[in-house]
Write a new protein. Structure first.
Length: 405
């Protein structure tokens, strides 16, 4: 009966440091449960995978829906303009440009520069012995990569990263009144900065990502406005480091907490690719995504009516034992591994290939450089300061003690 159906509300979930037992109970109940007002929540792999690819669901929410979360202002306008929140022709138009700019060849070419960057950082960490996996590694690597891709001057990089962290609040389910202005102010500052960069790149194009976006736009049949280019460039910057930071942090937390996994990967470095996929399955960097129902959908005995919101628990689907044998155990050789950590369908994560390059290089170099890694304290997770920034699963700190090889 509907009255017996459990409820899973995203805003409540921010206070749960380990949501996986909750996910298990939801899957055991059934494929769907109630969420917040007008929401249905799906927790099993079959339904989540199918709904990610269903064209009757979209991401272009009504203006009043975004206003409920962030309030009226620049952040609200920004959210409506970026590729992740556009559907149909608007989405295709923006995604085509971004895919051309951040193409597979460009991503593959980053392997050696990323390896050099990681080695430089690890050189410094090896001298310290104890350090923080998040602030010393998971943040600086992707921030540096995205800054290089956009050719952001070195003197500005810390400032842009701080503003982008404030921008992250705009993606929350609900922003408290006292935090909303911070998100709006971050959008204003970032827009001004990226608009200046855009003008510079139009005068003197280079081989950076923004210059590539300008070139790809000129080749299109329907040019983008400068405002669209700016908003989507700063979204790519933010998403490019936020997602990868969490890939490194969640995977690194698994690695340092499991000596047997470390030994296996150190002895078999060729497994780094499948190991990375397994880390992302085991503790997903993106726990949740949502869609808006555009047309009636019949699924698992339920009717999803238009204008309802569907919440898809990606991290829960990744632990569905009908798809993954022993899902609560790390298996570095797991193949196939159809995890949903980067979503699916037309809204599949644009930065997935970049995150995979950075993650694979980092974990390969990490186990090669250090003979042993272990926790130096309790991993920090503080929801009040954004530890669970919907849809991301984020650690604030992961203390590590490392012994050089």
């Amino acid at each position: 009966m509907l009255s017996d159906m459990p409820r899973y509300v995203l805003d409540d979930a921010r206070d749960v440091p380990d949501p996986y037992p909750v996910y298990r109970r939801l899957r055991e109940y059934g494929p769907v449960c109630r969420g917040g007002p007008g929401q249905w929540v799906f927790s099993r792999h079959a339904e989540v995978s199918a709904l990610l690819r269903d064209p009757r669901l979209g991401r272009e929410y009504p203006e009043r829906y975004q206003a409920m979360s962030v309030g009226e202002g620049p952040a609200n306008d920004y959210l409506r303009r970026i590729v992740i929140n556009r559907d149909h022709e608007g989405h295709v138009r923006l995604r085509r440009l971004l895919t051309k700019a951040l193409n597979p060849a460009m991503v593959r070419a980053l392997t050696e520069p990323v390896r050099a960057l990681v080695d430089r950082i690890l050189d410094g960490l090896a001298e310290r012995g104890t350090w923080d996996l998040v602030s010393d590694l998971a943040v600086p690597v992707p921030v540096s990569v995205m800054s290089e891709l956009l050719d952001i001057p070195a003197a500005d990089r810390d400032m842009i990263a701080r503003w982008s962290t404030s921008l992250a609040q705009a993606f929350a389910v609900f922003i408290p009144e006292d935090k909303r202005q911070e998100a709006h102010d971050a959008v204003v500052r970032l827009r001004e900065y990226f608009a200046d960069l855009l003008r510079e790149r139009r005068r003197e194009p280079g081989d950076d990502l923004l210059s590539r976006m300008i070139a790809a736009d000129r080749e299109g049949t329907e040019p983008l406005t400068d405002e669209e280019i700016v908003d989507n460039a700063l979204f790519v910057y933010y998403a490019g480091f936020e997602t990868t930071t969490n890939v490194i942090a969640t995977g690194g937390n698994v690695l340092i907490g499991q000596p047997g996994t470390q030994r296996e990967l150190r002895a078999n470095p060729h497994l780094v690719g499948t190991a990375l996929e397994e880390f992302m399955r085991y503790d997903a960097p993106i726990h949740t995504t949502s869609r808006l129902v555009l047309e009636p959908i019949e699924i698992s005995g339920h009717t999803l009516r238009p204008r309802r919101v569907v919440v898809l628990l990606l991290a829960s689907a990744n632990h569905d034992d009908s798809v993954f044998d022993n899902p609560d155990r790390i298996d570095l050789t797991r193949s196939p591994n159809p995890h949903l950590s980067f979503g699916g369908g037309v809204h599949h994560c644009l930065g997935a290939a970049l995150a995979r390059v950075e993650g694979a290089v980092l974990f390969e170099r990490l186990v090669a450089r250090f003979a042993h890694l272990e926790p130096a304290g309790t991993a920090g997770w503080n929801p009040s300061s954004g530890g669970f920034r919907y849809p991301y699963w984020a650690y604030e700190s992961i203390p590590v003690t490392a012994r050089a090889a």
